[in-house]
Design a protein around this ligand. Structure first.
Ligand SMILES: [Zn+2]
Length: 53
């Protein structure tokens, strides 16, 4: 899986993240962890609104 995901944080902020993120991605608004690495595959902690590509 190598694609971008449009996700929404619990705070309502929307953000584009890489589906295979190797590092932690945090919400730009509240700092909540959106994506964390898990055994080489991204672990999505938030709601996925849309899969891009
Ligand atoms: Zn947030």
């Amino acid at each position: 899986m190598s694609r971008f995901l449009k996700v929404q944080c619990d705070c309502g902020a929307q953000q584009i993240v890489f589906g295979d993120a190797k590092s932690e991605v945090t919400c730009q608004k509240c700092g909540n962890t959106l994506v964390g690495p898990s055994g080489g595959r991204a672990n999505i902690h938030c709601r996925i609104l849309e899969v891009l590509g």
